[in-house]
Design a binder for this molecule. Structure first.
Ligand code: PLP
Length: 452
């Protein structure tokens, strides 16, 4: 920090403060974690200075031999860890991984067969008229994904996102009564819509998914099954999700981030069955810019860590701790979406405290409890104010929290929420944003969490 501070002291100060904030609060954002020191150090090397567009052994720049090593080691660890025939380590983030996967699927399912029909090796060989026709076909495909308010991600076909614009999209949701995935309803929708791609996976669904069933549905309608395991990759790596709950053997293409429950650097990965591998391998320059070699190196280190036996203990603790947190909230009167959890996420419906998600998130933050507001199914408060807060266990599990600590976290959260009242708008009506947290509660909660 002294070296950084000698150039720009404000960045050194913000970096120091960030450490204080992250270590001094209860970090319960379900998509965050604490990467290890080896992972953090690997991100800060001179690999950042190297350009290496292309793929292993086929670069558009000279002098990429060390980047080749880095990318090959990262891909090898990913294949071994997840039992995948092929792994691509270049995506800079989860969204980039999903875009890479979408275009690889389009290349494999639409572009490849069209080129074959026309006897061309690549699109440069097509006449302008043939190219226009192919472009039309690429832009006319269908995608079925999980809706945002049921727990899906923006990139799963949400209209305002590029995935909702580049595909004709439809969404499946959860059962209005149980709030659980209804596979028969997904099947019916798939048969009616006949998508090219079905996306499974979630950002805010507190339950496991049966990926064997999702593959069955995809096969029935001739769709490619793409699973986005960004959130629960750590639970797959740690063998908490196995058999039908392990997406990798069932999906044609699996994408993930590396920084959530997997506990690596910020970044993405694409895993694929052999037939999709050549298309995914063209991710750069098809979709991606030059690879972030320092980040691929850090992914390799994190994946090596996740292959150690103690990562399985960590992953199991993430799930056990989510149970403890859920039970702690339920026994104190909390209302949970789906009634509980069997992964790393607890989705607390805060309407029972008379609050919106926005009010709850802010009051909790005042007390040093960091969560994010989140829609609940059929949310009456919409996607901005919401009615829930999403709580995740990966980060505090890394800090060594167990059953008793998560029960205490539940107690502290309920103490904050039950001492928070909705505020008023300037005109004197009920506000969805402002709130009043009773005096002394924030300090009391902070003092107790500092002891944990
Ligand atoms: N996919 C899922 C399921 C996610 O939850 C997220 C992030 O929240 C992403 C993709 C996007 O990841 P990134 O922010 O790294 O682009």
């Amino acid at each position: 920090l002294e070296v950084i501070g000698s150039v720009e002291p404000r960045i050194a100060d913000a970096t120091r403060q960030e450490l204080t904030d992250q270590r001094g609060s209860l970090k319960l954002i379900a998509s965050e974690n604490y990467a290890s020191l080896p992972v953090l150090l690997t991100m800060g090397t001179w690999f950042s200075d190297k350009y290496a567009e292309g793929t292993i052994g086929h670069r558009f720049y000279a002098g990429c031999q060390n980047v080749d090593t880095v990318e090959a080691v990262a891909a090898e660890h990913a294949r071994e860890l997840f039992g995948a025939p092929y792994a691509y380590a270049q995506p800079h983030s989860g969204i980039d991984a999903n875009l890479t996967a979408f275009w690889a699927i389009l290349a494999h399912r639409v572009e490849g067969p069209e080129l074959e029909k026309l006897g061309a090796k690549n699109v440069n060989e097509l006449s302008d008229a043939d190219w226009e026709e192919l472009r039309g076909k690429l832009g006319n495909q269908r995608l079925l994904g999980m809706s945002l308010d049921s727990g899906g991600h923006l990139t799963h076909g949400f209209r305002p996102n590029i995935s909702g614009k580049m595909f004709h999209q439809q969404q499946y949701g959860t059962d209005p009564t149980t709030q659980l995935l209804d596979y028969d309803a997904v099947r019916a929708k798939a048969h009616e819509f006949k998508p090219l791609i079905i996306v499974a996976g979630y950002s805010a669904y507190p339950r496991r998914v049966n990926f064997a069933k999702m593959r069955e549905i995809a096969d029935e309608v001739g769709a490619t099954l793409m699973v986005d395991m960004a959130h629960f990759a750590g639970l797959v790596a740690g063998k908490v999700f196995t058999g039908d709950e392990d997406p990798v053997p069932h999906a044609h293409v699996t994408t993930t981030t590396t920084h959530k429950s997997l506990r690596g650097p910020r970044g993405g990965l694409v895993l694929a069955q052999e037939e999709y591998a050549p298309s995914v391998d063209r991710g750069c320059p098809l979709v991606l810019g030059g690879p972030l070699s320092h980040m691929m190196a850090a992914k390799a280190v994190a994946l090596a860590e996740a292959r150690r036996p103690d990562f399985q203990t960590y992953a199991q603790s993430i799930a056990d701790n989510a149970q403890s947190l859920a039970e702690g909230l339920l026994k104190r009167g909390g209302k949970l979406v789906t009634g509980g959890t069997d992964n790393h996420i607890v989705l607390l419906d805060v309407t029972s405290f008379g609050l919106t998600g926005r009010q709850a998130e802010s009051a909790l933050l005042d007390a040093g409890v960091v969560t994010n507001r989140n829609s609940v199914p059929q949310d009456p408060n919409g996607a901005w104010y919401t009615s829930g807060v999403r709580i995740g266990t990966p980060a505090l599990t890394t800090r060594g929290f167990g059953h008793d600590e998560f029960d205490k976290v539940a107690e502290l959260m309920v103490e904050v929420l039950s001492n928070t009242q909705p505020g008023q708008t300037k005109a004197g009506g009920p506000s969805k944003a402002t709130y009043v947290l009773a005096d002394g509660v924030a300090d009391r909660v902070k003092a107790q969490s500092a002891e944990m």
